[in-house]
Each structure stands twice: as structure tokens, then as C-alpha cells.
Design a protein around this ligand. Structure first.
Ligand SMILES: NC(=O)C1=CN([C@@H]2O[C@H](COP(=O)(O)OP(=O)(O)OC[C@H]3O[C@@H](n4cnc5c(N)ncnc54)[C@H](O)[C@@H]3O)[C@@H](O)[C@H]2O)C=CC1
Length: 293
């Protein structure tokens, strides 16, 4: 298949391109210089020339805290930019996979969120991503909305890499224990997207690694696996703390666990448990470290 990936130099975009290429697809990965999604004419031109069967739209304004004081900037990329991709996709009849977020929910509920539950984003980032979802749904007939959460991979900065570093440097670490969600390994998400895009099973999907934990529990597991897989010398002792201990400009959902109902009801294999995803990531991380030595 001919697949165009936006945001191809981002954390998810890089692994999306790699996984799709490995599966034999003809992939055009576009970074911001090659395709600025806020420029409608450029979107139409690039998509019109390549004529992809599928567009995997990973580009986004992802600076959650900065978005609170840069409302226009966040909406320009996440809403208007996504509108542009939807218009360009529709013009060539391409399927559009819009990568979205758990931040479309307020996180106040006790239970995991279903795909068709009411959204209620609290911060600018979540609101702008929800606007991107709505524009995608309105303007593109062949759409998949894929909401994911707590993403990490080999490329770029993320929670796992930060904890690996701090765990080996600090004597003690406080980590939030009152926010729960599902960590997601980029490669596992890309594998799922590669299955989804072959089908015409359009709609909204929640796609993270299976299972859930708090950030504190996630860190416990990172440290435990890092000792085994990386033979890392973890010096930090861990202490649970609350969200209130680390005030941030943007609100975080306390519960961002999502049901994978669409995955189940459409006959897809569920994405493996988050602990198994973490092991696979650490093995990839270890291999990448020994390559650079
Ligand atoms: N990182 C996370 O924990 C989560 C991410 N997501 C979503 O996953 C997707 C991928 O996120 P990441 O790879 O983690 O983020 P990232 O910040 O690493 O990558 C986003 C990419 O978009 C590009 N971009 C920004 N403005 C652009 C523009 N005007 N034109 C073209 N490209 C532009 C950036 O250059 C960057 O390479 C995003 O849609 C994000 O909202 C959803 C839930 C959690």
C-alpha cells in the first residue's frame, strides 16, 4: 500500500514509518519541513502528487503545558492542520488514520472510557485534539480515530527514558500515584495501525498496551525490568506522591484508562500487556545502546 505518514520525525512517526516499511509498504514519511500540515495548499499538493491509499496522521502540537498559554498555536496544528489533512485525504479517496489522545476525556470517572463515551477535554491540548477528531469525522469519509495514551519509544524524550536516567542518578524519586492510565510502546501501536489500515472497519478505536497502572507503578516496573534487561544499577528509592505535589499548567486526567471495545468487536487481536511492551522496548533500547558503542 502507498502510505503517507505526517509528523514522521516525531516519537511515534519514526516508528510508524519503520514498522510500515518493514511490512513492505511504499511509505512516504513527511517531517514538518517536507509537509507543514498548517498549510492547506501544501497538504493538497503533497497528497495529490503521492496519491496515498492511507494517511497516518501523527503530526501534532504535543506540548501539553505550553498549549495552555499558546491556544492559537495548539489549535492551528491540532485542529486546522488536521482539517487540512482530512480535506487532502478526501480529495484522493485516501483512508485517514488520525492519532488522538486519552486527554479528550476529563478522567473524573471511575471506570475505563469506552470509544463512544462523551468526551470532555479539560485542557487546551485535549480540546484542540478533540476539535481535530471532529473535523476529521466531518470532512473525511474513510476515517479511523485512534486514541492512545502514555506513549514511549526509542526516539525522542519520554517518561521511560527519563526514569531510566533519574533512576541511575538520584538517591530518591517521588512519582505520582493518583493518575492511572495505560503505557503504550510506539512499535506496538504502529503494528496495530498496520492491521487496522488494511480494513474498512472505520470508526473510533482506543489503542494502548493492555492493562493499566499509575505512574508510580509504571516506574516500579521500569526499574525492576531495567535491572534484569539492561543490568542497570538503579540507585533511586521510589516514593509515591500526588498530582498536587507537582503543580503543572495543564490539568491531567486522573483516570485515563480506556476500554478496547472497538478492537474486540471488530475482531482485531488486542495489543499486548503494557509490561510485555516495556520488555520489548528495553530490549530495543539495549540493542540501540550497544550499536552506538
Ligand atoms: N506522547 C504521548 O504520550 C501521546 C501522544 N499522543 C498523540 O500521538 C501522536 C504522536 O505523538 P508523539 O510522536 O509522541 O509526539 P511528538 O511531539 O514526538 O511528534 C509530533 C510531531 O509533529 C510534528 N509537527 C508539529 N507541528 C507540525 C506541523 N505544523 N506540520 C507538520 N508536522 C508538525 C513535530 O515536528 C513532531 O515531529 C500525536 O497525535 C499525539 O497527540 C496521544 C496520546 C499520548
Amino acid at each position: 500500500m502507498k502510505v503517507l505518514v505526517t509528523g514522521a520525525s516525531g516519537q511515534l512517526g519514526m516508528d510508524m514509518v519503520a514498522v510500515l516499511q518493514r511490512k513492505g509498504h511504499d511509505v512516504m514519511g513527511c517531517n514538518r519541513q517536507q509537509l507543514d500540515i498548517t498549510n492547506l495548499e501544501q497538504c493538497q499538493q503533497v497528497v495529490g502528487e503521492f496519491v496515498p491509499t492511507v494517511i497516518v496522521h501523527c503530526a501534532a502540537y504535543t506540548a501539553v503545558d505550553a498549549a495552555e498559554s499558546d491556544v492559537d498555536g495548539a489549535y492551528l496544528v491540532n485542529a486546522t492542520g488536521s482539517r487540512n489533512m482530512a480535506v487532502a485525504a478526501e480529495a484522493v479517496g485516501a483512508k485517514l488514520i488520525y492519532i488522538s489522545t486519552d486527554y479528550v476525556f476529563d478522567g473524573q470517572g471511575e471506570n475505563p472510557y469506552y470509544e463512544y463515551d462523551n468526551t470532555n477535554p479539560q485542557g487546551v491540548y485535549g480540546k484542540s485534539k478533540r476539535a481535530g477528531e471532529q473535523l476529521t469525522q466531518t470532512l473525511c469519509s474513510r476515517y479511523f480515530i485512534v486514541r492512545t495514551s502514555w506513549v514511549y519509544g526509542l526516539h525522542g524524550n519520554n517518561f521511560v527514558k527519563t526514569m531510566l536516567k533519574l533512576g541511575q542518578e538520584k538517591p530518591e524519586l517521588k512519582v505520582v500515584h493518583d493518575q492511572k492510565g495505560s503505557p503504550t510502546y510506539t512499535v506496538d501501536l504502529a503494528e496495530f495501525v498496520s492491521e487496522l489500515m488494511r480494513t474498512e472497519k472505520y470508526g473510533i478505536y482506543h489503542a494502548s498496551n493492555s492493562g493499566a497502572c499509575t505512574w508510580y507503578e509504571f516506574t516500579q516496573e521500569i526499574f525492576s525490568q531495567a535491572k534484569q534487561v539492561l543490568q542497570a544499577s538503579i540507585t533511586a528509592s521510589l516514593e509515591p506522591c500526588t498530582t498536587a505535589d507537582f503543580p503543572r499548567p495543564a490539568p491531567r486526567p486522573a483516570n485515563s484508562v480506556m476500554e478496547h471495545m472497538s478492537i474486540r468487536t471488530n475482531g482485531f487481536q488486542d495489543i499486548r500487556d503494557w509490561r510485555e511492551g516495556l520488555t520489548a522496548f528495553l530490549q530495543e533500547y539495549k540493542a540501540a545502546q550497544s550499536d552506538t558503542k
